[in-house]
Write a protein that binds this ligand. Structure first.
Ligand code: SF4
Ligand SMILES: [Zn+2]
Length: 119
């Protein structure tokens, strides 16, 4: 089966420069991203890059860092400022997920307190 979304790819239209989709770090690739935003194959393209863990280039209008953010495991538990502590913060890390807002706030306070006592 062929990937027919590639036949709809706006970046493959005549006159496009494929290199625009593979910028180096100093290049924000804004022009390529604008073309992606109107591309009829955008979602298929994005899915393709995510499913294949492509770690470079612009796909579906997103950089690889943006794609990684999109797929990062979402936080399963949300604590409150009253329940968040070091143990709940570590629970998130053991589950390999971003700590929830309350746990991150707790950790920031804890780090600040540590810095002040060691300074
Ligand atoms: S979304 Fe962007 S990179 Fe993907 S096919 Fe369309 S123009 Fe090309
Ligand atoms: Zn939490």
């Amino acid at each position: 089966m062929t990937d027919d979304w590639q036949d709809r790819a706006a970046c493959r239209e005549p006159g496009r420069n494929p290199e625009d989709w593979f910028p180096d770090k100093s290049d924000p690739a804004a022009a390529a991203i604008r073309i992606c935003e109107l591309c009829p194959a955008r979602l298929d393209c994005l899915r393709f890059a995510i499913n294949n863990h492509i770690g470079y280039g612009i796909f579906g209008g997103l950089t690889h860092l943006e794609r990684r953010k999109l797929t990062r495991k979402t936080t399963s538990v949300h604590h409150t400022p009253e329940t968040a502590d070091y143990a709940t913060y570590n629970q998130h890390l053991r589950a390999k997920e971003e700590p929830c807002e309350a746990c991150r706030a707790f950790q920031r306070l804890r780090q600040r307190a540590n810095r002040e006592t060691t300074a």
